[in-house]
Structure formats: structure tokens, C-alpha cells
Design a protein around this ligand. Structure first.
Ligand code: GTQ
Ligand code: FE2
Length: 343
């Protein structure tokens, strides 16, 4: 009997040997199917607008969210094997109904305001620069109380949860539970005071109880890092490169179990040291212009542009003007599973 016949007999019995698959299954370093890719805000926004004109938002579809589909991932709505990234668009006076799911979610606002996201009954205003959380199994709906449309970035761990077959989903009441529009949410009033936590609240908790990380705090933290650097203190990540991480005040760790979020500010003319790490991330330009260099290929970027960086892809960022960037990644998964690696 031939070796060829052996493989045919394996196949008939749904068997595959390691020795023909080893390099693919166990590469010397990550060899992602996902590819580096850039989506321009100037392309995304008009497409979202057109969806706003043509496609109603409501029960069933739930959200007018348009996902970045990585060209290497076979037409699935996945930015990376673990992360979902989408532009969500809500027209004047529109409401996206209440629901909850095991997937963890956040919103990041690059422009506009007028939408309140209601998280477990707590209305949270969304404004430019704000980073907002909807951790797993929290009810949430969005309502636009203004006469202007609003679009923002959604980040979720949808692909990761799908790989794990861990998805659960539940509809909430048909209308959003609160029409209130306070400028500060109850969650922020309880939790968002620097270095202070309420003694009444138990912890540690798997996700941050802070529903909104406001731009004024992020901006001040970055500005002060650069000011301290000017004063001779070595507090930046590297010269001319300030960076902050959003944290869960009950643990000091990442905001949610599967998603890390950071904000970076580069002085004009700065170019970061090229690095790569195990784990994937998505960057969005918040302000300024520059280049992202992905495995040697230079991509010019400006406000709103989204860039996907697959695992082990070498990245350097160059700032033409002062450059502000939001970044999220799957780093907490890699940390929890002892899979962290970088160079
Ligand atoms: O806003 O609740 O982009 O559930 C994907 C799934 C947004 C949301 C998305 C969602 C949401
Ligand atoms: Fe949702």
C-alpha cells in the first residue's frame, strides 16, 4: 500500500497528520492571515451617510454599524482575528434599541456630539475625544437627541467571542430606557475622580465601572507628559512620544477583559522606534497628519483614518504635524494566556 493511499484513507476517516501541516500550524513566529490595511475616514463617512439615508435602524439589525473587513480574513466582518471595528451612524432623533450581549464593546468619538448611550439605564453623553465603555452583558441603547447625524468608532471582541462559541444576546425593552441627557453620567459621578474610589462599591471587577473617559482628562494627561519632558523629566514612552492607557480603577489593569485602549501623542517630526508584538491592534487618527509604516510600507494618515496592525507586523509611527492617535488591541487576552511577545 502506497503513502498516497494512506493519505486518502486518512481523509476518508477525517484524519490529518501533523507532519504535513506542522509549519502552518506551528510557525516559527505568528504568520497572520490578516493583513495591514488602511481605511480612510473620507471614504468611510460618506458611505455611512448613504447607509443613513437608505437603511433604517431598528429591532433585529439593531445598529447601523459598518465593519472593517480585513482583506485577508475571507470576507468576514473582522478587522483582526479577535477585534471588530466599525463606523456606526445615527441620524437626527434616531434611536438604536436596547440590548445586551456577552461581547465587550466601546465607542470612541472622533467628531460630533448629540448622542447619549444608555448603559444599564445610565445615560452617557458622547462627545469628540471621549472613550465610552459597554462591558459584556450590560444593557445599552443609543439615542440621538440632536438635529444632526453623528458617527463614531465601535470596537468589540466579536471575532474572539465567535471563535470561542461564547456569544449570548438578549433584546431589551423596545425603546431606550432613559431619555435623560445629563452632561455627566451617574457612573462618572460615582467613579471618575482621579485616584479615588467609593468605599461602598465592591471590587475587583472584570471591567471598569467608568462609562466614559472624557477628552479633557486624556488631553491633560498627554499635555502634561510632554510639558514634564520639556522640563527635563524622562516620563514619555520615548522622546517626543507621550502615551496613556485607559484603566479599570478596581484593578489598575485594562478597561475590559479582552480589550486594551490607549492614546498616543507625538510631537511634530517624531518617528517612533519600529516595534512588533504578538497580538493585533487598530489605530484611529484623532488629530493631525503623519505616516504609519507597516512592515516597511508607508501609509499617509489624517483625521479619522483607521489602520489595522496584525500580529507581529512591524509598526513605526511618524508625525508630520503634532499627531494624536487612539489605539485599541487584544493585549489583555495575550497577557491572560501568557502569550505576550514583542521585539
Ligand atoms: O452599538 O451595540 O458595531 O451591539 C456591533 C455590535 C455596535 C452596539 C457594533 C453592537 C453595537
Ligand atoms: Fe451592542
Amino acid at each position: 500500500m502506497s503513502e498516497e493511499q494512506l493519505y486518502k484513507d486518512f481523509e476518508a476517516e477525517n484524519l490529518l497528520p501533523l507532519w504535513t501541516q506542522r509549519a502552518d500550524l506551528m510557525p516559527t513566529h505568528p504568520a497572520p492571515a490578516a493583513v495591514p490595511h488602511v481605511w480612510k475616514w473620507s471614504t468611510l463617512y460618506p458611505l455611512a451617510q448613504r447607509a443613513g439615508d437608505l437603511v433604517p435602524v431598528g429591532r433585529g439589525g439593531e445598529r447601523r454599524a459598518i465593519a472593517l473587513a480585513n482583506p485577508g480574513l475571507g470576507g468576514r466582518p473582522y478587522a483582526t482575528p479577535t477585534l471588530w471595528a466599525a463606523i456606526q451612524y445615527l441620524g437626527p432623533r434616531e434611536v438604536a434599541p436596547d440590548h445586551r450581549h456577552t461581547q465587550n464593546a466601546f465607542r470612541f468619538v472622533v467628531e460630533g456630539e448629540g448622542v447619549w448611550t444608555v448603559v444599564n439605564g445610565d445615560p452617557v453623553a458622547m462627545r469628540r475625544g471621549d472613550f465610552l465603555l459597554t462591558p459584556g452583558w450590560h444593557f445599552h441603547g443609543h439615542h440621538n437627541v440632536s438635529d444632526a447625524p453623528m458617527a463614531w468608532l465601535d470596537g468589540l471582541d466579536i471575532p474572539f467571542v465567535q471563535h470561542l462559541d461564547a456569544g449570548f444576546f438578549e433584546f431589551g425593552p423596545d425603546e431606550v430606557t432613559s431619555e435623560e441627557t445629563p452632561s455627566v453620567s451617574r457612573s462618572e459621578r460615582l467613579w471618575a475622580h482621579p485616584g479615588i474610589r467609593p468605599v461602598s462599591q465592591p471590587g475587583p471587577r472584570p471591567s471598569s465601572p467608568i462609562a466614559a473617559y472624557r477628552w479633557e482628562h486624556t488631553d491633560a494627561a498627554l499635555r502634561e507628559q510632554l510639558a514634564l519632558e520639556d522640563e527635563g523629566h524622562a516620563v514619555t514612552l520615548e522622546p517626543g512620544h507621550a502615551a496613556i492607557r485607559f484603566t479599570n480603577p478596581t484593578t489598575g489593569g485594562d478597561v475590559m477583559p479582552t480589550i486594551r485602549a490607549e492614546f498616543h501623542r507625538l510631537r511634530a517630526g517624531t518617528r517612533t522606534t519600529a516595534r512588533r508584538e504578538a497580538g493585533s491592534s487598530v489605530w484611529q487618527v484623532f488629530d493631525g497628519t503623519g505616516v504609519l509604516v507597516l512592515d516597511g510600507a508607508e501609509h499617509p494618515v489624517e483625521r479619522g483614518d483607521l489602520v489595522v496592525v496584525p500580529s507581529w507586523c512591524r509598526l513605526s509611527v511618524g508625525a508630520t504635524t503634532e499627531l494624536d492617535l487612539f489605539r485599541f488591541s487584544d493585549a489583555p487576552i495575550f497577557h491572560a494566556l501568557n502569550l505576550e511577545n514583542s521585539e
